[in-house]
Structures are given as structure tokens and as C-alpha cells.
Design a protein around this ligand. Sequence first.
Ligand code: NAG
Ligand code: NAG
Ligand code: NAG
Ligand code: NAG
Ligand code: NAG
Ligand code: NAG
Ligand code: NAG
Length: 160
Amino acid sequence: MGWPSVKSLLWSLLLFVQIHEHRACIEEERMGLLELKAFLKSHTNYTKPFLPTWVYETKGGCCRWERVNCSTTTGHVINLTLSNINEENLYLKGTWFLNVSLLQPFKQLRILDLSENGIAGWLGNEEPVNLSNLEVLNLSGNHLNGSLLFKGGLLGGLYM
Ligand SMILES: *[C@@H]1O[C@H](CO)[C@@H](O)[C@H](O)[C@H]1NC(C)=O
Ligand SMILES: *[C@@H]1O[C@H](CO)[C@@H](O)[C@H](O)[C@H]1NC(C)=O
Ligand SMILES: *[C@@H]1O[C@H](CO)[C@@H](O)[C@H](O)[C@H]1NC(C)=O
Ligand SMILES: *[C@@H]1O[C@H](CO)[C@@H](O)[C@H](O)[C@H]1NC(C)=O
Ligand SMILES: *[C@@H]1O[C@H](CO)[C@@H](O)[C@H](O)[C@H]1NC(C)=O
Ligand SMILES: *[C@@H]1O[C@H](CO)[C@@H](O)[C@H](O)[C@H]1NC(C)=O
Ligand SMILES: *[C@@H]1O[C@H](CO)[C@@H](O)[C@H](O)[C@H]1NC(C)=O
């Protein structure tokens, strides 16, 4: 094999590795998901393993975790399907508040499903949460009321 073909082989390999890494997940978002998991877990009386695929690992990444979808082109998390996260009715329904600051790492988020969780309101939005790419926000099946929905803080054009 001549030098040019070795060189192009190396380039393809490099490109492959980069694309592969890209799709694995964005480090900041992986840490963000783990923080979110820790927060959710602390509000749970769980008996079953909680989000068992959400574990730190050096290989692979958060794009293959349950309830997470990434963009195939950018590798950013674009959907978080966190509906009925309390599968066994183990959250203190109606008494817990989600820290929305924990959603800030996911700047490319388009679909956020928080339905059926008994969320009563929000914490941690002293700083506005800016999710400017959000297209779908599903809050059905929670214990929110109007005053709690509009607390001040930008979330995809919605003030929470
Ligand atoms: C677990 O559930 C019980 C009964 O609902 C409640 O008193 C307790 O505070 C809960 N613990 C946690 C950590 O949520
Ligand atoms: C999105 O995530 C869900 C849950 O992990 C998964 O079942 C589904 O295959 C994913 N969709 C795509 C297009 O990756
Ligand atoms: C999430 O994003 C994927 C693209 O990766 C899309 O195909 C899928 O329909 C979305 N899932 C949900 C639950 O909206
Ligand atoms: C909410 O989460 C952010 C980011 O982790 C943290 O800095 C803040 O202290 C939390 N706020 C509350 C009220 O838990
Ligand atoms: C929200 O973030 C987007 C980019 O992610 C930025 O263009 C926009 O100006 C920000 N909006 C506010 C009110 O900070
Ligand atoms: C919102 O969530 C509920 C319960 O999970 C579901 O039935 C409904 O179809 C969702 N709505 C949208 C617009 O995704
Ligand atoms: C909304 O919930 C808050 C906190 O539980 C309560 O103080 C307020 O009166 C409720 N507002 C309405 C319109 O139900």
C-alpha cells in the first residue's frame, strides 16, 4: 500500500472515530443526566432499580440510555421522555418540586415529557432556564396550577 492510501485510510479512521464519539453523547449532557437522576432518585421511595441504564461509563454514552434520544448529526440530547418516572407510584405524589435548573444543560432539547409524575411545582429557577429549542413540553398528569406554571424563567418561550 502506498503512502497516499495509508494516509486516506488514516483520515477515514479519524473521521469514523470522531463521528462515533460525537454520537456517543456530549459530556456536559451526560453529567447533567446523572445529576438529574440523583435529584429524582432522592425524591423517590423506589424499590426497583431507578433508571438503571443511566450510569457513568467511559465507553458508549448517554444516547443509548433509556428515555433519551440524541440528534444523529450533533449528538446533543433532543428528547427526554420522563413520563411516569414513578412507575410504582413511589414519589411523594403532589408534594415534590422539580429543580428546573437541572434541565439547563440540555440546550438542544426539543421534546420534554414530564407527564404523569405528580410534580407540584418548580425549584431552582432563580436564574431563567433557557431551552430555546423546545417544541413540546408535556406537563399533563401533574399537580401544577396556573400560578405555579408562570413563576418567571424562560423555558422555550414559556415562563415557568
Ligand atoms: C417514603 O414514603 C413514605 C410514605 O409515603 C414517606 O413517609 C417517606 O417520607 C418517603 N421517603 C422518601 C425518601 O421519599
Ligand atoms: C428514542 O429513545 C427511545 C427510548 O430510549 C428508544 O426506544 C427509541 O428507539 C429512540 N428513537 C430513536 C430514533 O433513536
Ligand atoms: C425523539 O427523537 C427521535 C430522533 O432521534 C425521533 O425519531 C423520535 O420520534 C422522538 N421521540 C419522541 C418520543 O418524540
Ligand atoms: C437546583 O439545581 C442547581 C443545579 O444543580 C443547583 O445549583 C441549585 O442549588 C438547585 N436548587 C435547589 C433549590 O435545589
Ligand atoms: C437562549 O439561548 C439561545 C441560544 O441557545 C440564545 O440565542 C437566546 O438569546 C437565549 N435567550 C435568552 C432570553 O437568554
Ligand atoms: C402527554 O402525556 C400524556 C400522558 O403520558 C399522553 O397521553 C399524551 O399523549 C401526551 N401529549 C403529547 C402532546 O405528547
Ligand atoms: C396553586 O398552588 C399554590 C401552592 O400549593 C397555592 O398556594 C395556590 O393557592 C394555588 N392556586 C390555585 C389557583 O389553585
